[in-house]
Design a protein around this ligand. Structure first.
Ligand SMILES: Cc1cc2nc3c(=O)[nH]c(=O)nc-3n(C[C@H](O)[C@H](O)[C@H](O)COP(=O)(O)OP(=O)(O)OC[C@H]3O[C@@H](n4cnc5c(N)ncnc54)[C@H](O)[C@@H]3O)c2cc1C
Length: 800
């Protein structure tokens, strides 16, 4: 072992080994992986080894698809047998809603390029898995690329393949301390100290402690998980093919063949955390005693699903632990504020996701950016609030128990909530507010009559008419909207303007003006759909999506120069939006100064009674509107004043659902839908804001796009002949039988009376009037490209 490497990867489980392999593969071979015992002696050795292509989150499904394809490659490259059995796999639907969901997902998988799936009747499914009972099964999805592998062999294969490419790994080497230096880290092990530029925390069950070694509190916890392996099952032994990997979602079990018996794994509804502060250092390759009382119900369902296992013995019980983040996705990437400290942990399904995690992290470390949008697994999707132990316990527990439970897009789950509430929260609740959550903050969805409960559904919900009324108020009268859920950064200092001009691709606004500002990465892809406000007193604001606060702050820090201070105002400022044609009439009543001259995209300070607020004349709804930013202490008072002043104009409180419907009618894109870091300015129309005459981050790549052949796909607005459901995102778009794009977001435009979607489609299908079709909840519906902004295309209302 040398005393200096470029990278030290801590942990020799499947994830660490994959990171090591990908670093070496992409050209960094001065890398070492340290393992305190033997390879695969954490969660990895006792995993069930199941590989499924499917995941409810399309981003995770892509990651899994990459990993599955990689497995045979590393087997070949390493010469190490990984015991790959590509049996194909079934996912069973046991309720009408689940069957609908599976059909919808079948189409979404097509959209993201997973095209080896087919939908089956219960009888067809049983032909492929003859040991299963079809009781209660309404349909199934088959995927070719599913099966199982030998877990220890797979870890060995990654490590061996990495070694062949020049990487090193050492077992029986425990990292005990991490010391940050000016240009990297000192890694203190029980076999000496190593100096390096980068450390990667791939410590699996011990990730928490390895985080703490660097002063990082990771939102991660282990939970226990059971599977059993049966003795020989005669029907399995007699079959001339292997049973497929079968997931029974309503039964909370997965099953695969194991020699001549089967392995049945259980996602326990009655979950149990273990070692929330990290596994003990003396924990090795042990297992826990099985806890049958905790899994009785799921076990009964499993035995009913596969009746032949009722007559055979159980050869092995496994009750082991593996780690989860609050949303179940991995925690990957550079840790904000800890230069050179990277995480690759909380990988719940290391054998299906580990390949993709390794690839993403290696690209990130080597090239500064991963190739695909890594947001769903980016460590910066959480802020400090997620360090709270109870938050971690509730959210990871909720995720685990609901692992096989159906999630509806309009469903609100209780774990870790309410956490942060804007001051007027209670008064708004009293007024009927139904809340959603963005990051740590409760955000208003809509205001409902007392006793109203929204029914979870994949289609239009019973809140549809309530949102319609709020949209009408916004379009015809005046609505009041709590906009605490926007991010606000203050930029000051002698070099503030210089810095902003460099990181934003747009022109900067003049004093007293605001401007939409795309921010690009060095690769020319989007990093933000922000608004820059120039208050005219040497203070600038950047406003954007609230849940991106830590992510954007990391970006700002990484691109910081002397003479600039960027402060996240998220704990200081909140506010209200006043939207609709009558908004001016209401605001004029309250403002101590003359606000009538504040033009569209103007911004200035105003006094409303005793409250001093920073006001910008803009609204994402496409109506005349004012964003009134106040200090947290003024929130309650400001709401009260605005409601009183608006009473004569019929003011009504509105929520984000109405905002989403109205912005769709204006074809205004939003982050995580129309805009992501996978897309470019040319694809999304963001290029129209770029100031090509100046220098800015990402200019070279953006110019290459502009002056090259242009993007293959571009953003369009679609009108969908929908029935009782609207598109939501990732649904495939077709031109006849040709797959020509996918939906980025969709919904119902209440003012236009149209079901709308925004989509990325091939350029030759982007002209208004092009007839296309879209799958909505699994059903193909006619759709056509329409001109952008079906509501008020000239933008008269918002400028008016
Ligand atoms: C019962 C069960 C069944 C499962 N079934 C599946 C399945 O079918 N498919 C699937 O994909 N996943 C499955 N999993 C999950 C899978 O096991 C994990 O996702 C995976 O093992 C995580 O790998 P890892 O490398 O992140 O962590 P680990 O395997 O825990 O590896 C971390 C390694 O880091 C080492 N380490 C920690 N701290 C230090 C230190 N300070 N110095 C040096 N070394 C250190 C540890 O010794 C350990 O070897 C299952 C898990 C369980 C418990």
């Amino acid at each position: 072992m040398k005393s200096q490497y470029r990278v030290v990867v801590i942990g020799g489980g499947v994830v660490g080994a994959s990171v090591l392999y990908h670093l070496a593969k992409f050209g960094w071979s001065d890398v070492v992986m340290l393992e305190r015992r033997r390879l695969a002696s954490g969660s990895s050795w006792h995993a069930a080894g199941g590989i499924h292509a499917l995941n409810a989150d399309p981003n995770m499904a892509s990651l899994q698809a990459y990993t599955i394809d990689l497995l045979s490659e590393i087997e070949k490259e390493s010469g190490q047998n990984i015991g790959l059995h590509m049996t194909g796999g079934l996912t069973l639907a046991g309720t009408p809603e689940r069957w609908e969901w599976l059909q919808a997902n079948y189409r979404i998988f097509q959209s993201i390029g997973i095209d080896d799936c087919e939908l089956l009747t219960p009888q067809e499914a049983q032909k492929r898995c003859p040991i299963m009972s079809t009781d209660g099964v309404l349909g199934a999805m088959w995927a070719d690329r599913e099966g199982y592998i030998d877990t220890t062999g797979t870890v060995q294969a990654y490590a061996t393949a990495a070694k062949k490419r020049g990487a090193e790994y050492y077992e029986e080497t425990k990292v005990e301390e991490l010391i940050q230096t000016d240009d990297g880290w000192q890694v203190v092990t029980d076999r000496g100290t190593i100096t390096c530029e980068h450390v990667v925390n791939a410590a699996g069950l011990w990730a928490k402690q390895v985080g703490r070694m660097a002063g990082v509190e990771l939102p991660v916890s282990p939970l226990k998980h059971h599977y059993l392996i049966t003795d020989t099952v005669p029907e399995v032994a007699a079959a001339d093919f292997e049973m497929p990997m079968t997931v029974d979602l309503e039964g909370f079990t997965y099953m695969r063949q194991d020699q001549k018996g089967v392995l049945v794994g259980i996602y326990e509804v009655d979950h149990e955390h273990w070692a929330m502060d990290g596994a003990p250092w003396n924990y090795g390759e042990e297992l826990f005693q099985e806890q049958l009382d905790r899994i009785e119900n799921e076990l009964t369902l499993g035995f009913e699903r596969y009746p032949s296992i009722q007559n055979v013995g159980i050869k092995t019980w496994v009750n082991g632990a593996f780690t989860f983040s609050p949303d179940g996705n991995p925690l990957v990437g550079p840790v904000p504020g800890k230069r050179g400290y990277w995480t690759a942990c909380a990988v719940m399904a290391g054998f299906l996701q580990g390949g993709g995690v390794g690839k993403t992290l290696a690209e990130w470390m080597i090239h500064g950016e991963p190739e695909a949008d890594a947001w769903p697994m980016d460590i910066a999707r959480y802020g400090d609030f997620a360090q709270n132990k109870r938050y971690i316990r509730e959210t990871t527990g909720q995720f685990y128990s609901r692992r096989f439970v159906m999630n509806y897009p309009n469903e609100q789950l209780p774990a870790g909530r309410p956490l942060k509430m804007a001051p007027a929260h209670d008064a708004m609740t009293e007024a009927g507010c139904k809340w959603g959550v963005s990051w740590d903050l409760e955000v208003p969805l809509y205001f409902a009559p007392k006793g109203f409960e929204e029914t979870p559904t994949l289609k239009r919900s019973n809140a549809h008419d309530i949102v319609a009324k709020e949209c009408k108020v916004i379009r015809e009268g005046v609505g009041l909207m709590d906009i605490s859920g926007f991010s606000r950064f203050e930029v000051t200092g002698p070099n503030a303007e210089l810095w902003l001009d460099h990181v934003m691709a747009s022109k900067l606004p003049a004093p007293g003006r605001a401007k939409l500002a795309p921010m690009l990465g060095e690769n020319g892809r989007l990093k933000g759909d922000l608004t820059v406000l120039n208050w005219g007193d040497g203070t600038w604001w950047i406003m954007g999506s609230y849940y991106l606060r830590a992510w954007h702050m990391r970006w700002f820090d990484d691109h910081m120069i002397d003479g600039v201070e960027v402060r996240d105002l998220g704990e200081e400022y909140c506010g209200f939006g006043l939207v609709g044609p009558k908004s001016q009439e209401v605001i004029e009543k309250l403002a101590e100064q003359d606000i009538s001259g504040l033009r569209f995209m103007g911004c200035s300070d105003f006094d409303f009674g005793l409250v001093r607020a920073r006001v910008a004349r803009m609204s994402v709804t496409g109506e005349k509107g004012y964003e009134i930013n106040c200090r947290y202490g003024d929130h309650i008072k400001l709401r009260r004043m605005l409601l009183e002043a608006g009473a004569d104009a019929g003011i009504r409180e509105c929520g984000f659902n109405a905002m989403l419907s109205t912005r769709l009618e204006k074809s205004f894109g939003i982050w995580s839908a129309e805009f992501t870091q996978a897309y470019t300015p040319g694809m999304t129309g963001m290029d129209r804001w770029i100031d090509w005459d100046k220098d800015f981050v990402g200019k070279e790549a953006a110019l290459a796009e502009r002056d090259g052949n242009g993007p293959a796909q571009v953003q369009v607005t679609l009108e969908v002949d929908a029935l009782d459901a609207d598109a939501s995102g990732y649904e495939p778009v077709w031109s006849g039988a040709e797959h020509v794009g996918f939906v980025t977001s969709g919904g119902y435009g209440h003012s236009t009376g149209k079901s709308l979607a925004m989509a990325l489609v091939n350029r030759d299908k982007a002209a208004p009037g092009t007839e296309l079709s879209v799958h909505v909840v699994g059903v193909e519906r006619p759709a056509r490209v329409i001109a952008p902004s079906p509501y008020d295309p000239q933008g008269k209302a918002m400028r008016g």
